[in-house]
Design a protein around this ligand. Structure first.
Ligand code: PRX
Length: 633
């Protein structure tokens, strides 16, 4: 590693960042290009009476100018976005910083032509093509707030997200490609807009060239609109606290939360963590194999790497198509130096045997990253030993949509403990609390909270300030509650133990159990549903649904399959239940609260330790559940 940070140095920087946050962050902020430099760093309080979070408040900047314009003089001809198509025979695309400048400016001018400007919300429903990044950066350039919706979400889910933030423009493509299949994106947008009607325009990028119906007056082909605009568009000066984007994520209620990120603090966090954790130096080829529909794609495919002048690889497909060697072949083809992916992908590839890996060179790799869920030590070792040939350090990065970027993570040079995300990044002050909110010292296990604000922290939930406070700051007063449990060992290393709330982590994707329950009860045959997670070999956690049917409805395999499809249609394939158990009744307390602890145990197959069931309104329910728990789809 060119810039490995010895443990003691990292700890010294961390100590300084907490002792003198103003000095530390004003200095760190100089890595960005400001139109007006900030004179203040953090100004925040997590207390109910004085609740506010602001960073670099008097600073003015533009995110697209930071990600593009400032690199033009020094690296205009360097590749900014290296695109690899789904089909391995498709020619890769190399978009230089100079080209990116023209493409994003054109896109921005098209959006302006449609009447979009500062503060307007624009929804993106895009495949993994460079135009998705152009569209995000074009929004940032004109000060519009993008809301990227993962292209695997259903029309229903898309409609809800369009309506929630009142987007008047939707950007999509005719179709997407993934794993050899096409995805009918425009058709899905049409279906969504039959529900969420108040949209003025749909801008359609031609990706596959498929014929798609266009609604006159509403739908516009991007390639036609782009012919009539200038290839230059001045970046809009934005206040550091202006919102950059909204990203919907799952919480513990049925309604997804519109997480809002800021312009200045977020960009600084994404850029600084990308540079420090991945030790990025040009002309390295850096590959984050996430989708831009998730926060990982925002921070570590687009904003962090481009702010640092990196070459960021964008891959349209999936790691294991056409064969389980594809991911490693892409590494060789583009001489990738840094690979950042999720444990679920590693576990799936691991199952296929080492030959797919060892048949490739991977000599270009210098560093490996992991994100999205705890990485089990077995997958960690396979990643380190087989994929990285024992040469590449593994960065197990713990963070969340809400945190904007890495929070607890090794840095190159941090001694590794497989399965531990190791130590807090600069400025991050994690603590452990017991269930009553008492702080735990030394080696301990409890609820993971963060005691001080950091620049990348989310600034709110779109349109719902009360829910923002309640969801993150009310359970334990004065701190940010992560929703994760963690253990700190005697060396001060952090081990994330998983969610402690009603959120489950399926293949590194967050899913609210309440969201799946809401979808199930919408079905005409369903009276009640309860959803829990259970351990799954590849996905980390699977979705287990208990369903009580309306009187007279036959509980058969046809209905089970129909319910599975129903959830796919309501939310999207990532929410498909792995198991559906028909239940004559659900275990409830006398006050009517479902006892999920019991449902989780049954789903895990851990029926010997169900614990105290005497507080149940009808203890007989449990017996019935146990006798039917084998029936999984
Ligand atoms: O439970 C933690 C888990 O993923 C959650 C955040 O999910 P999301 O907002 O979708 O963001 C995913 C990309 C950061 C966390 O609350 N998680 C994420 N990374 C790790 C992790 N759990 C353990 N180790 C990680 N490295």
């Amino acid at each position: 590693m060119s810039n490995a940070t010895p443990l003691a140095d990292r700890q010294a920087v961390h100590a300084r960042s907490l002792a003198d946050p103003d000095g530390f962050w004003l200095e760190a902020a100089t890595r960005l290009d400001w139109m007006t430099a900030p004179s203040r760093a953090g100004d925040w309080s997590f207390d109910r009476d004085d609740f506010h979070i602001r960073w670099f408040e008097d600073g003015v900047l533009n995110v697209a100018a930071n990600c593009i314009d400032r690199h033009l003089a020094t690296r205009g001809d360097q590749v900014a976005i290296l695109w690899e198509g789904d089909d391995p025979t498709t020619a890769p695309r190399h978009i230089t910083y100079a080209e990116l400048h023209r493409e994003v400016s054109r896109f921005a001018n098209v959006l302006k032509g449609l009447g979009a400007g500062k503060g307007d919300r624009i929804t993106l429903y895009m495949p993994m093509i460079p135009e998705a990044a152009f569209a995000m950066l074009a929004c940032a350039r004109i000060g519009a707030v993008h809301s990227v919706v993962f292209a695997g979400f259903s029309a229903e889910a898309l409609a809800g997200r369009i309506a929630d933030c009142d987007s008047r423009i939707v950007i999509t493509a005719d179709q997407g490609r993934r794993g050899g299949r096409t995805i009918a994106l425009k058709a899905c947008v049409d279906e969504a807009l039959a529900i969420a009607r108040a949209v003025d325009h749909v801008l359609v990028v031609r990706a596959t060239g498929a014929e798609v119906p266009m609604t006159a007056g509403r739908d516009i082909w991007y390639h036609e609109a782009a012919l009539n605009v200038a290839a230059d568009c001045p970046p809009e000066p934005m206040a550091a606290e202006d919102p950059l984007f909204i990203l919907y994520t799952s919480g513990s209620t049925g309604k997804p939360k519109g997480v809002v990120h800021s312009t200045g603090g977020y960009l600084l966090w994404a850029a600084m963590t990308h540079a420090t954790v991945f030790d990025y130096t040009a002309p390295d080829v850096y590959w984050c194999a996430a989708d831009i529909g998730w926060v990982t794609g925002h921070s570590y495919i687009v904003y962090g790497p481009l702010a640092n002048g990196a070459t960021t690889l964008m891959y349209e497909g999936v790691p294991n198509w056409p064969t389980p060697a594809r991911i490693w072949e892409v590494v060789d083809r583009h001489r990738v130096t840094t690979l950042y992916t999720a444990p679920t992908a590693l576990r799936a590839l691991m199952k296929e045997g080492d030959a797919y890996v060892t048949g490739t060179s991977r000599a270009s790799l210098k560093l490996l990253g992991s994100v999205g869920e705890p990485i089990n030590p077995e997958a960690w070792r396979w990643y380190h030993d087989v994929v990285g040939g024992g040469r590449c350090p593994v960065m197990d990065t713990w963070w969340q949509t809400e945190t904007g970027g890495h929070m607890i993570t090794p840095l190159p040079g941090t001694p590794a403990k497989p399965g531990s995300a190791s130590l807090p990044f600069h400025g991050v002050d994690p603590r452990l609390l017991d269930a009553e909110g008492r702080e735990l010292d030394g080696a301990a296990e409890g609820n993971l909270v963060i005691a001080a604000s950091w620049p990348g922290q989310m600034r709110g939930l779109w349109g719902d300030p009360a829910r923002f406070f309640d969801a993150y700051f009310s359970l334990y007063p004065g701190v940010y509650t992560t929703g994760d449990g963690a253990r700190r060992d005697a060396d001060g290393y952090w081990w994330i133990t998983g969610r402690v709330d009603d959120v489950i982590n399926v293949s590194g994707h967050r899913m609210g159990t309440a969201e799946v329950e809401s979808a199930l009860v919408l079905h005409a045959d369903v009276a009640e549903a309860a959803v829990v997670g259970f351990p799954h070999d590849v996905k980390g956690q699977g979705i287990y649904a208990y369903v009580t049917l309306n009187a007279g409805v036959a509980a058969d395999e046809t209905l089970r399959a129909a319910l599975r499809d129903w959830v796919r249609r309501e939310i999207g394939p990532i929410a498909t239940p792995d198991a559906i158990q028909f239940a004559p009744g659900l275990p409830k307390t006398r006050s009517g609260k479902i006892m999920r602890r019991i449902l989780r145990k049954i789903a895990e197959g851990d029926t010997a330790s169900l614990g105290d069931t005497s507080t149940l309104a009808d203890p007989g329910v449990v017996k019935a559940l146990l006798s039917e728990s084998q029936a999984r789809v």
